[in-house]
Design a protein around this ligand. Structure first.
Ligand code: SF4
Length: 401
């Protein structure tokens, strides 16, 4: 088993995970030519000097560092006559700073980089959204040595097929994205474009707000999310997957250490959410709270009310039934409605509590306005307050109490 974990560029992190199976750290600059998988406003700002010295410490421990250039959308800048040369210059700068490899999603850039630097490691990012063996073969042939799975990380037919085709598969374990997420495509593009120079057009990503609101309607959806429990890593190992990714570039050091140790121990007692990304609560709640502070708008309070119970969600990791993931792995989840199947919703009833009460007693806030109502308030340099209010009033009226 080996881990590829996020770094927040705190050198203390390195010392505290040195006795775990971490072989590789990943991270990047908040803004870069291609952009990466996270918007800049959530990432630690890191100077070139700090970046270099952090990587030197990683190397001194015998570990590697992969830089995230995993945007899936370049905003058509790639057609500019100077773009390719700028990209190659950026790649060389990063190699000079000490990176051991790249995490990337755009085929044309993977191929170009691999031709120029055939010995430099490339992992195909989750942003490539690989979901078939054939797609993975294309990425491998372009130069990717590792295929990272996120949304398909419980599709064991696919995983076995990838392993049978000789792929080195990496499973992102600790995200809580909802199954079959309809917001994902826009979210990945928002993150990609938002982390490119001159693109600071929003201060919070609307798709995460949509995800938070969706989860507020049924917190049980955390159980069939893409999260993989520490206890379930062995099922991946039994089919030939030994490389696991733990995300959290925006998390404090003690959180990253706790999460890494839980997965290294293959065991966690307590609230599973304490080691998962759980993006659906803190960010959306902070965003609506900020909007509420800056604008006297009743509609925002409806969203606050809806999101509030997510603070009290507890997933009792010890209460999961034995063989949980094996049961999911043996189900044709990609071609089945979870409502019709019912397995994960049944487990959710057993393991999820909201503010100490069983999930069956949970009453979501209903009849919310569309999340699009918040769009004018999420822009970094959007309309004037007056104009914003005008826009909001056009859409909030039917649902305002
Ligand atoms: S189809 Fe069934 S086993 Fe698969 S994720 Fe949905 S509820 Fe769980």
């Amino acid at each position: 088993m080996e881990f590829v974990i996020a770094t927040n560029f705190d050198d203390h992190l390195l010392e505290q995970v040195k006795n775990t199976p971490v072989t590789t750290f990943f991270g990047g600059f908040p803004v870069s030519l291609t952009g990466g998988g996270r918007p800049p406003y959530i990432l630690p700002d890191v100077s070139e000097e700090k970046f270099r010295s952090h990587l030197e410490k990683i190397h001194a421990m015998g570990r590697k560092f992969l830089v995230t250039l995993n945007s899936n959308d370049l905003g058509l800048k790639e057609y500019s006559p100077s773009f390719l040369a700028e990209f190659m210059k950026e790649a060389q700068r990063l190699i000079d700073l000490g990176v051991d490899g790249f995490i990337m999603a755009i085929p044309i850039l993977i191929e170009a980089l691999h031709r120029e630097y055939p010995d430099v490691h490339i992992s195909a990012s989750t942003f490539a959204r690989i979901s078939t063996v054939g797609q993975a073969e294309y990425f491998r042939d372009m130069g990717a040595e590792v295929i990272i799975l996120e949304e398909a990380n419980k599709n064991f037919r696919l995983i076995k097929g990838l392993v049978a085709a000789g792929m080195n598969v990496e499973i992102l374990a600790n995200q809580t994205c909802i199954k079959d997420c309809p917001f994902r495509a826009q979210h990945l593009q928002n993150s990609s474009l938002g982390s490119q120079p001159g693109n600071a057009k929003f201060w919070f990503e609307a798709p995460i707000m949509e995800c938070g609101v969706e989860l507020s309607q049924d917190p049980g959806k955390l159980i069939n999310s893409i999260a993989v429990r520490p206890e379930d890593l062995e099922l991946y190992e039994s089919v030939g997957v030994h490389r696991f990714k733990l995300s959290g570039r925006n998390r404090p050091t003690d959180w990253l250490v706790r999460t890494t140790q839980a997965y290294a121990n293959r065991h966690w007692d307590g609230n599973l959410l304490d080691i998962l990304s759980y993006v659906q609560f803190k960010g959306p709640m902070s965003a609506v709270s900020r909007i509420a502070q800056e604008n006297a708008l009743p509609v925002v309070n409806r969203f606050k009310e809806a999101l509030d119970p997510l603070a009290g969600v507890y997933i009792d990791n010890k209460a999961y039934p034995a063989g949980f993931l094996r049961r999911v792995a043996n189900t044709d989840c990609e071609n089945m409605s979870c409502k019709a199947c019912g397995y994960c919703p049944g487990v959710a009833e057993k393991v999820v509590k909201v503010n100490g009460k069983p999930l069956a007693d949970y009453q979501p806030v209903k009849d919310l306005p569309p999340v699009a109502t918040l769009l004018p308030y999420l822009g970094a340099s959007g309309d004037s307050a007056h104009r914003r209010e005008e826009n909001l009033l056009k859409t909030e009226a039917p649902c305002t109490p």
